[in-house]
Design a protein around this ligand. Structure first.
Ligand code: G3I
Length: 445
């Protein structure tokens, strides 16, 4: 287990501060967004705000109690008035929808279902509901057991590789939709939402794109890619990882010299390529949820400080970002993060008016870095941290069964072809103890 005493101390302090309002129902502070597409309009998302809560995209403030929360929000005007409208602080449900689609922030806690027989059901019956997702691969869908478990247990799909640039636009201007369409259509047949992953990323880029030169050329290629991809899936996908992993550190654990990651986008366009990508995506779909997604930003470290400031700057500049995906790859090659640290870290991003998501969770046992007991505790405590935060809107696991995990063959993951034992199902698609711990967290146990 990797942990610096100072980091732990700082995290404990920040957690205490960050959670100080969770019990008394401060609602107005979380009301925000709206002007740029709305991650919750003012006091609409401040479910527990009462008479003094007000909110706008930048200054949302307010207080609340736990009995009479009221409020409306208007995503167009980014204002909310906590004296009118409805909300239910008792259940912690967002009092309104923040305009078109605000995540219910501001409530003190999400209320779990009394019981559930699948993770999906536990997510759907929670108040407010939370999406339970999995990375799905085309290869996996060739297996009936995989399909059965994936659809029964999850309500949200991220394509593992099939929507990456090299898959969708293998040669310049020629788009290949087949493998992505197969997954999206299967998801829709099973009443599952899909997140598009990912529009702009330095990795899995075809050679013609990664070697392109000239600011105008790269800008045009990026614009065309975002526009074509979002256009193709327009009526089927309304949540997108717009920019993925734009920040790097010397270590994959998020430590050492955080900086913008060199890529054809950074090198040719400059650091404002991120703003530009979100602006293009917003032009393409005014209502879609647009996310920044990254790894080893799950608890406080140098990388997440950089990402926090980057995202904060975007919010302040009015860049249309709706949320941040915390990949939550725990263990080698990435970071470790305890539940309390994750909770505090996520909370400060929601205080910017953003949604947060666990977007790619797995916990690698290879190399003995994470013990069996630590893995179980992490699964419970990290899922609980997200679940308790109404503005944490999804928990996605990076695969279904251990045998198909990316970690098994990824250099740095210390598996060398052995199973990473990182997921919730074994290779016979049986539920592991990790599944039980996740279910407990979703049921508030
Ligand atoms: O499709 C080719 C196949 O034709 C070839 O024979 C084979 C030989 O190695 O490679 C296959 O491509 C592999 C691809 O997965 C599809 O299976 C690549 O080598 C392999 O590198 C690639 O790995 C993916 C990795 O992203 C690439 O960065 C993993 O499956 C995928 O799970 C992983 O997902 C990423 C997220 O998108 C972003 N966050 C981190 C996460 C884990 O790395």
């Amino acid at each position: 287990m990797r942990s610096a005493p100072f980091t732990l101390l700082l995290s404990a302090f920040l957690f205490a501060v960050g959670c100080s309002d969770s019990g008394d129902g401060n609602g107005g502070e979380a009301g925000s967004g709206g002007a740029t597409g709305g991650t919750g309009g003012g006091a609409t998302t401040g479910a527990s705000g009462t008479t003094t809560g007000t909110g706008d995209a930048t200054t949302s403030t307010g207080t609340g109690d736990t009995t009479t929360s009221t409020g409306t929000g208007d995503a167009t005007t980014s204002t909310g008035n906590a004296t009118t409208g409805t909300g239910d602080a008792t259940t912690g449900a967002g009092g309104g929808d923040g305009g078109s689609d605000g995540a219910g922030g501001g409530a003190s806690a999400r209320v779990p279902a009394a019981s559930a027989s699948t993770l999906r059901e536990a997510g759907e019956k929670a108040n407010p509901p939370i999406l339970i997702g999995a990375a799905i691969s085309g290869g996996g869908l060739g297996n009936n057991d995989y399909k059965r478990v994936a659809a029964a247990e999850h309500s949200y799909v991220t394509t593992e590789n099939e929507m990456k640039w090299d898959s969708l636009e293998p040669s310049s201007g020629n788009f290949s939709w087949g493998s992505a369409d197969n997954i999206v259509n299967w998801a829709r047949q099973n009443n599952m939402k899909v997140k598009g992953h990912t529009l702009v990323w330095h990795n899995q880029l075809p050679g013609w794109m990664s070697s392109m030169t000239g600011k105008e050329n790269v800008t045009n290629a990026m614009r065309r890619h975002i526009t074509q991809v979002m256009g193709h899936f327009k009526d089927r996908i309304d949540t997108w990882d717009v920019v993925n992993e734009a920040v790097q550190t010397d270590s994959d654990t998020g430590v050492g010299n955080p900086r913008m990651r060199p890529s054809v986008f950074l090198n040719q366009i400059g650091s404002n390529y991120i703003d530009l990508a979100f602006q293009i995506a917003r032009e393409q779909d005014p209502k879609a949820k647009l996310y920044y997604n990254d790894y080893s930003i799950d608890a406080r470290n140098e990388k997440v400080e950089f990402v926090y400031n980057m995202v904060k700057g975007m919010v302040e500049r009015g860049v249309p970002i709706d949320g941040v995906g915390f990949q939550m790859h725990i263990g080698p090659p990435n970071n470790e993060a305890g539940g309390a640290d994750v909770a505090a870290n996520m909370k400060r991003f929601t205080d910017l008016g953003l949604e947060v998501l666990i977007s790619e969770m797995d916990i690698n046992r290879c190399g003995g870095v994470v013990t069996a007991d630590e893995q179980l505790a992490y699964y419970h405590d990290i899922v609980e941290a997200c679940f308790k935060l109404p503005k944490c809107t999804a928990i996605t696991f990076w695969g279904i069964n251990d045998g198909r995990s990316w970690l098994n063959s990824w250099s740095g993951a210390l598996c060398n072809g052995q199973s990473s034992q990182s997921l919730l199902f074994n290779d016979q698609y049986g539920k592991k103890e990790t599944y039980n711990r996740v279910m407990n967290a979703l049921l508030g146990r």
